[in-house]
Design a protein around this ligand. Structure first.
Ligand SMILES: NC(=O)c1ccc[n+]([C@@H]2O[C@H](COP(=O)([O-])OP(=O)(O)OC[C@H]3O[C@@H](n4cnc5c(N)ncnc54)[C@H](OP(=O)(O)O)[C@@H]3O)[C@@H](O)[C@H]2O)c1
Length: 344
């Protein structure tokens, strides 16, 4: 199948190119960048030189993208909202890594992202691309909205607690976020001298991902869920760790929690459940599409915490995009994704 990547010079675009090079069914036919149009792929992504000799970035044009069977769009929020809709209307499958089609309520785009959504009808048709929660809906999907990186980690950490009704009230997600989340064109606050060594919360009141987490957990479980997401910038290039704290429901205990996580993730190809005194660590998954998930129960105060660690650019973006694409096409779910993490 012919694949196009829009925004291929960026961080998630580069990860898409890396994984497409390993995918047995995909051939890259088009990769866009405005700044690097005409330059070879390896000018921006030097490690990909042996995989894409002679391939160059091109300008973004609908007519070129229409030549693909599947278009992966890794453009900044709002930038690709029209071309994604046009490709979809022309019958091309689109896997969108931006937030543009994740939320069902068009009003939230004005509030959270500062633009009026031009295709509110399409929001209903987009499938949220988290296979662990929506695998059945993804089969045959033509418009896939890949979840945000923080959202992926929070949902994977919390899903068993909500699905098995083990918690009461609000979920509070403490997220440790790495610098590559900010993309390759950083603002001053994300610049290395400012960011290195810094440990600080950001957007702790109404983080954008809280809305997609609430939507996804509510859709996956049929229960209304309230979540507060508090990310912290940490001095790491890749990785997300979500610790989701909640009050354990009266009568529930450690065995219920253990059973819920074991059942939720039995047979999941990309979830490694860690237990027995071990807890998820982003270092164990970086470079791969795997998620480490775990939990802790402190009965003394009736608190339960779900944990998930992922690589924000892989399970939090490009890898998850390919995993959801594989499901949509009935391919082996791990096609192109059987890449072990880097360690140490
Ligand atoms: N970074 C993460 O951890 C992460 C995780 C999940 C989802 N996402 C989402 O994925 C998307 C891409 O993120 P990223 O981190 O890869 O960003 P990035 O590194 O800044 O890359 C953005 C890409 O889009 C292109 N672009 C920017 N403005 C454009 C415009 N007006 N018209 C056409 N092309 C344009 C850029 O190239 P040119 O400027 O040369 O055109 C570049 O190739 C975002 O929507 C982000 O929210 C990111």
């Amino acid at each position: 199948m012919r694949a196009a990547v829009l925004g291929a010079s960026g961080y998630t675009g580069g990860e898409l190119l890396r994984l497409i090079a390993l995918h047995p069914e995909l051939e890259l036919v088009y990769a866009t960048s405005r700044e690097y149009a005409g330059y070879p792929i390896h000018y921006v992504h030097p490690g990909l030189r042996p995989f894409y000799r002679g391939v160059r970035f091109e300008k973004l044009e609908l007519s070129r993208a229409l030549e693909a069977d599947v278009v992966f769009s890794a453009l900044p929020p709002g930038v690709g909202v029209r071309i994604v809709a046009e490709l979809y209307e022309h019958g091309v499958q689109v896997v969108d890594l931006s937030p543009d089609y994740r939320l069902k309520d068009p009003e939230l785009y004005r509030r959270l992202y500062g633009f009026e959504h031009p295709y509110p009808d399409l929001l209903e048709r987009a499938v949220y691309g988290l296979p662990e929660a929506f695998r059945d809906r993804l089969r045959g999907a033509r418009l896939i909205a890949v979840p945000g990186c923080n959202a992926t980690a929070v949902i994977l950490a919390a899903l068993p607690l909500v699905r098995w009704e083990l918690v009461d009230g609000l979920l509070v997600a403490d997220v440790k976020a790495s610098s590559s989340e900010a993309g390759s064109k950083p603002r001053r606050a994300d610049h290395h001298p400012e960011r290195e060594g810094s440990l600080r919360p950001y957007s702790p009141e109404g983080h954008r991902h809280a809305f997609e987490v609430e939507q996804a957990l509510s859709m996956a479980t049929g229960r209304e869920v309230k979540v507060s997401v508090v990310p912290h910038a940490v001095p790491a290039v890749r990785g997300v760790l979500a610790s989701v704290h909640a009050v354990l429901r009266d009568g529930a205990g450690p065995q219920d929690v253990a059973r819920a996580y074991a059942e939720a993730y039995a047979g999941e190809p990309f979830v490694n459940l860690v237990a027995g005194g071990r807890y998820p660590d982003a270092k164990n998954v970086v470079g791969s599409n795997y998620a480490e998930v775990g939990y802790a129960v402190e009965l003394r105060v009736g608190r339960v915490t779900g944990f998930a660690a992922i690589d924000n650019l892989v399970k939090g973006a490009a890898g998850q995009a390919l995993q959801a694409f594989n499901v949509s096409r009935g391919l082996p779910e791990d096609a192109g994704l059987k890449v072990p993490p880097l360690r140490p």
